[in-house]
Design a protein around this ligand. Sequence first.
Ligand SMILES: Cc1cc2nc3c(=O)[nH]c(=O)nc-3n(C[C@H](O)[C@H](O)[C@H](O)COP(=O)(O)OP(=O)(O)OC[C@H]3O[C@@H](n4cnc5c(N)ncnc54)[C@H](O)[C@@H]3O)c2cc1C
Ligand code: SF4
Ligand code: SF4
Length: 477
Amino acid sequence: MTDAESRYERIEVPEEHPENRVHDFREVLHSYTREEAMLEAQRCLQCALPFCVEACPITQDCRGYIGLVANGQFDEAAHLTLRENPLASTLCKVCYHYCEDACIMRGRGVPIAIRHLKRAALEFGNPNLEYIPSAPRHERIAVVGAGPAGIMAAWELCLRGYSVTIFEKQRAVGGQAGAIPHYRMPNHELLIDLQRFRNFDLTFVEGKAGGRDFTPTSLLAEGYKAVFVAIGASKASYPGVPGEALPGVLPALEFLYDVNQGRPVVLGKKILVVGGGDVAIDAVRTARRLSPGATVTMAYRRTREESPAGEEEIRETEPEEVDFRWLLSPLKVLGTDRVEGMVFQQMELSAPDASGRRAVRPIDGATTTLECDTIIMAIGEKADLTGFPPELGLKIGTKGWPEGSHPDFMTNVEGVFAAGGRSVVHAMAAGTKAAESIDAYLSRKEGRPASPRPDPFGGDTTPPPHPDGYSSPVWKP
Ligand SMILES: Cc1cc2nc3c(=O)[nH]c(=O)nc-3n(C[C@H](O)[C@H](O)[C@H](O)COP(=O)(O)OP(=O)(O)OC[C@H]3O[C@@H](n4cnc5c(N)ncnc54)[C@H](O)[C@@H]3O)c2cc1C
Ligand code: SF4
Ligand code: SF4
């Protein structure tokens, strides 16, 4: 193979063999060696206009760290990565790598393994760095919800010298990222990331729920200068069909949390997962690992091509003894005391809908019944706004989480902001925007200029917000 040809072949990411990995929660994807990482990084063209950077919701300078990995400068690559990405240990395992979708090499072969090179930067470079806050401002901000959006906002605000308290209703931090199965994120990577926050004036208060123990307005009255509501989407959605409340029907999010926390879960021998997104895929793969010998089926109302799950996730699941059933929409759950099966409406594809996805329509009179003793519902989640005052004007959009109605995420109550995101890195981008809005709001009130993000490692110079050649984001929220 010539040098030019080898540029178009990705250095294969090592993977645990399906026969071994379906019996436990060992990690599916393995690290590159140093040499493999350097070879893969050397495929990068170091584009003058880095589409990869523009596609990353947090504008991670991936071109920069890839160039350093290509030279074997792993410490420098880790430093550059962590300078703008405080959850890099998490994202190098679970990010849906929007950068790779935009990589110019995608059109010429296989995109650069940008996420996996982030992992190499942190594994072979020194990730044990610590963030340094600016001089204290003595202004305390409250964040409600310890998911990626809330944590990112806290990072931005603490770097600028604010004090932050994060109130979290669960007894653990991380939000939905805490439900990501260990075969994808085995080492509590989010807690590893949080180690770098140790110099901040940041307090986590666990087991305290907004709407029950306090409200955003009561926090303002207590003296918090601003409140960021980052409660994500923690309540399971159901399809609204008869029988869905029967014993044996489990919400996917709770199921995945319980497994990760080591709490006992009871599954039968015929497990059916309803849904077609990444959460459904995680539920089906987790059920497979917990129940050797059981049949594990996933039923979704569209086709594989139309499913919202990532191609990588589906491809990894296919050899794991899972039965995929497409074009089936739930009609009713069968059973008297417990789940015994589910009846589905058979669907067919029609013309594309407004979003460009091909719509589906029911086939008249055509139904399918699948026998099962356990159903895991994975058709979506939405925020729980119980107890949040209506004057905030919080509404749950189609995305599932509440967002302030103003362009800067401010709600109808001055000083209260709200946002979230559809992936870890999107939630982080929302957290950054909310933190910038909070800083701008408080700076306006105090008659001082808004503060740009300082060097997270305490240097004198403010790093440029974007790498050379960056024009505007490809990704729009
Ligand atoms: C099973 C699963 C797998 C996923 N896999 C991936 C993946 O591989 N890659 C990826 O990028 N994304 C993945 N996601 C999506 C990603 O985790 C979310 O998009 C992201 O966590 C959203 O961040 P957030 O901060 O907006 O909300 P959340 O993560 O939902 O965090 C909100 C936090 O607020 C807390 N909270 C809720 N209500 C209250 C209240 N009233 N008071 C106080 N606290 C409250 C919640 O307990 C939670 O901790 C996955 C999601 C799930 C469920
Ligand atoms: S954070 Fe995600 S989208 Fe951004 S560069 Fe890393 S892998 Fe790509
Ligand atoms: S778009 Fe691809 S080839 Fe170009 S700099 Fe980014 S990773 Fe490298």
